[in-house]
Design a protein around this ligand. Structure first.
Ligand code: DGY
Length: 326
């Protein structure tokens, strides 16, 4: 019997790929852009494992074309690119990379918060435009972070890590999430309704996964409830926010600014109106992009593939219920 075949849909750190190659025959997609859906469809019939990225759509037809697949491992904590119920129905374990990126992502959410509050990208542009002619009492004045009220929507691992940072800035922390009021109090926050959070917060930071329930969770109605001085930060998934409603709110001064690591769609088209606004800072989905964290994510994704090939439970499995049924 030949060795198990695994397709890795993008270049990973060599140490992780070398380790994987000790366990199976590895094919890596070396292009900068992701493989087309049809490329994966074409290969998957012969695969025992697939190590994919959040840019790869993994759906039921793909799974049906993969009779020998033992594991699908996503190099991300989020897994909205994969049809999990379809995988569970077919008994396919799905791995993700939780935990290792919490602090790095929380650092970045705070970086976006600080950058938008203190208008750092605008200030850089101001110099480049030759406008720095003198010190001026009002030019580029922003919002104070210290002592302000922060609203956290979704208080999982990353939301809690953002809260720890906010405590260092003496912020009042309001939380809307599924956790109990007690759990949130222990983390230093106060559980409130979404409406109260939106109405009272100076900063709102999104930390929910993308699901049918959270799709466009923040739209026109929600944005209208926010303060005109409020700043919205999204490091979760682009589709948690309605981009058209956000554009209108930023344009019309219903909220002050937004910092977006994630967009709908990704990549954001260059003619997207959000990119015309000085009060909207958009960066290309890099919140977890520290060298160390991305290396750890690759190691976890490889651990999941190896366990799956060996018929072991994945160390970090999104659908562990499949093991109960075996
Ligand atoms: C994830 O892991 O889901 C992030 O969005 C990628 O860093």
């Amino acid at each position: 019997m030949g060795r198990d075949k695994v397709f890795v849909t993008r270049e990973l750190p060599p140490a992780s790929l070398d380790r994987l190659a000790k366990h199976c025959e590895v094919e890596v997609w070396h292009e900068f852009l992701p493989p087309d859906y049809d490329v994966i469809l074409d290969k998957i019939g012969g695969l025992a494992g697939l190590l994919c990225l959040l840019t790869d759509r993994i759906d039921a037809p793909l799974m049906d074309a993969a009779p020998q697949i033992k594991v699908i491992s996503n190099l991300a904590v989020g897994y909205d690119n994969i049809d999990i119920p379809a995988a569970s129905q077919r008994g396919i374990p799905i791995g993700n990379t939780p935990g290792v990126l919490n602090e790095t992502t929380a650092d970045f959410a705070f970086a976006l918060l600080m950058a938008t509050a203190r208008r750092i990208p605008e200030a850089r542009q101001y110099i480049q435009d030759g406008k720095w002619l003198t010190w001026h009492p009002t030019v580029l004045s922003g919002q104070d972070v210290f002592g302000a009220t922060l609203g956290i929507i979704g208080c999982g691992r990353i939301g809690a890590a953002v809260m720890r940072r906010a405590q260092g800035f003496n912020m009042r922390i309001l939380v809307s999430s599924l956790e109990s009021a007690d759990e949130i109090r222990q983390l230093g926050g106060e559980k409130v309704s979404l409406d109260d959070l939106l109405g009272q917060s100076d900063f709102v930071s999104l930390h929910v996964p993308l699901t049918d329930e959270t799709h466009h969770l923040i739209g026109e109605r929600e944005l209208k409830q926010m303060k005109p001085t409020a700043i919205l930060i999204n490091t979760a998934r682009g589709s948690v926010l309605d981009p058209q409603a956000l554009y209108a709110a930023l344009r019309d001064g219903e909220i002050l600014a937004a910092g977006l690591d994630v967009t709908e769609p990704e990549p954001i088209p260059l003619d997207d109106p959000l990119l015309t606004l000085d009060n909207c800072l958009v960066v290309p989905h890099i919140a977890s992009a520290s060298v160390a964290t991305r290396a750890k994510m690759a190691e976890m994704a490889v651990d999941n593939v190896i366990a799956g090939l060996q018929g072991q439970p994945l160390p970090t499995c999104v659908n562990p219920e499949i093991y109960q049924r075996r």
